[in-house]
Design a protein around this ligand. Structure first.
Ligand SMILES: Cc1cc2nc3c(=O)[nH]c(=O)nc-3n(C[C@H](O)[C@H](O)[C@H](O)COP(=O)(O)OP(=O)(O)OC[C@H]3O[C@@H](n4cnc5c(N)ncnc54)[C@H](O)[C@@H]3O)c2cc1C
Length: 434
């Protein structure tokens, strides 16, 4: 039986592990705290349409392909485990507060048209008819009926249970290093000045003082010269070596910091901080996800069946900082209150910050890299929950057949080395995304 080690047990790593085990692979996941990364903070919007921009059409197609798979994916998980995922398809209502905000909504509507996606432009009155808690000064909106949402914490629980039932072994330890059969820099040894090992990948700025998880003091970006390298598995933080036919790198924003990555396989990642607030709302407070633009700044409110209401999210480029700040929360609540004044009456339950795995073009990095035996599944930035089912399918298809499905063609690491142009190039992320 072919063996797979997955480094990282967020939604991406766990879903790959589950799917691969279901297809007959013997799978081990290594993660010191599965599900506690970006996944733990995510709002769980499944909104390929509302997230789409003109520069990200390939990413829209990937998101749409993933949303299409969600009903089957969620149903399969629940039937395998009895665990709910909170998946529902209630749509997204995007609203605008002033004339400039409405102009943005009109642009989004035109984008929907150009992508062939049904989106209904609504008057202010129609918006309030759908969501009576909206402030009367909301000027109009756009309804994306196909959008959905899921509860990422429930999804994680279901994935952990499904993976365990499918025979996946979970080891609660960080991966410290990749093992391969080419000469490698020794742990803790600085690579030669100017060597490939010392190269910083495009778009990646190692944060001051940052270290890979579980390897205190180790230098990020240690690597080896590419060419003829075969990755044979991983060394865990306690020194245990695990060998496998395939190693899947799915450690979120921290993926690039794992020691021993061949230089051409280092994903260009940076942590992008997001803060969210969780409130508790009475039944029917909001019926669907409401996204708003308030004087140019965007905010979202995602209701769950459980009564939880998630208000998010900031987008901050501060390195690996996960402090919840008064300023971040104030901005979120200020904008959310402008759209839905009734939120001030709701019970506050949690404020949390986590780090999205950002890439230079906002798109994930999927599939093989120049080192044999190593597969990348990271960089999902603000769409990782949405992209979970399609990523799991893409990676397991690749493990099984050695071929990358067409839908993933734009998303290999080769795009950062000039192999192909990649999915849109403008590193633009307006307002507050997921
Ligand atoms: C505030 C916020 C809101 C968001 N909202 C949405 C949304 O509405 N919709 C959406 O689609 N996406 C959303 N996202 C993005 C989404 O959360 C991420 O894209 C997604 O969680 C990425 O999943 P992942 O498994 O790659 O990473 P993570 O969830 O970060 O998981 C990575 C895992 O790797 C582990 N790890 C780290 N280092 C190592 C190591 N050395 N060895 C082993 N394991 C390691 C960590 O412990 C962690 O469990 C949001 C993100 C944030 C922060």
């Amino acid at each position: 039986m072919a063996t797979v080690i997955v480094a990282g047990g967020g939604v991406i790593g766990l879903s790959i592990a589950w799917r691969a085990a279901r297809r007959g692979f013997s799978v081990t996941v290594a993660d010191p705290s599965p599900g506690q990364g970006a996944t733990h903070a995510a709002a769980g919007m499944l909104t390929p349409v509302s997230e789409a921009t003109y520069t990200e059409k390939e990413l829209f197609a990937l998101g749409a392909a993933s949303l299409e798979r969600y009903p089957g994916f969620a149903a399969e998980l629940t039937s395998a485990t009895g665990e709910p995922t909170g998946f529902r398809r209630t749509g997204t209502l995007q609203v605008g507060y002033d004339a400039d905000d409405l102009a943005v909504i009109d642009e989004l509507h035109a984008l929907h048209d150009s992508l062939g996606v049904p989106g209904r432009r609504l008057t202010a009155r129609e918006c309030r008819g759908l969501e009576p808690m909206l402030d009367p000064s909301v000027r109009g909106g756009l309804l994306a009926e196909a959008d959905g949402s899921v509860d990422p914490r429930l999804l994680t629980r279901a994935l952990l249970a499904a993976a365990a039932r499918a025979g996946v072994q979970l080891i609660r330890q960080p991966v410290a290093q990749l093992i391969h059969d080419a000469e490698r820099t020794r742990p803790g040894q600085a690579p030669e000045a100017g060597s490939d090992a010392e190269r910083t990948p495009p778009g990646h700025a190692p944060a001051p003082g940052s270290t890979p998880a579980g390897t205190p003091g180790a230098r990020p970006q240690q690597g080896i010269r590419p060419g003829g390298v075969r990755v044979r598995g991983v060394r865990l933080a306690d020194g245990t070596e695990l060998t496998a036919d395939w190693t899947v790198l799915a450690a979120g924003w921290n993926s690039a910091a794992i020691d021993g990555l061949p230089a051409d396989c280092v994903p260009p990642l940076r942590p992008v901080k997001g803060q969210v607030v969780r409130l508790r709302a009475p039944d029917g407070f909001l019926r669907r996800t409401v996204r708003g633009i308030v004087r140019g700044s965007s905010v979202y409110l995602v209701p769950r069946e459980s009564g939880e209401l998630v208000v998010g999210a900031t987008q901050e480029e501060l390195g690996p900082d996960t402090q919840v700040t008064a300023g971040g929360l104030w901005e979120l609540l200020r904008d959310a209150r402008t759209l839905v004044p009734g939120i001030t009456e709701l019970e506050f339950t949690e404020a949390i910050a986590r780090l999205r795995p950002g890439t230079p073009d906002n798109a994930p990095i999927l599939g093989p890299c120049p080192a044999a035996g190593l597969v990348l599944a990271t960089g999902h930035f603000r769409n990782g929950v949405l992209l979970t089912p399609v990523t799991a399918d893409i990676i397991t298809d690749y493990l099984e057949t050695g071929r990358l499905p067409e839908v993933a063609a734009h998303f290999t690491i080769g795009r950062f080395h000039g192999d192909h142009p990649g999915p849109g190039t403008r590193p633009e992320a307006a307002g507050r995304p997921g």
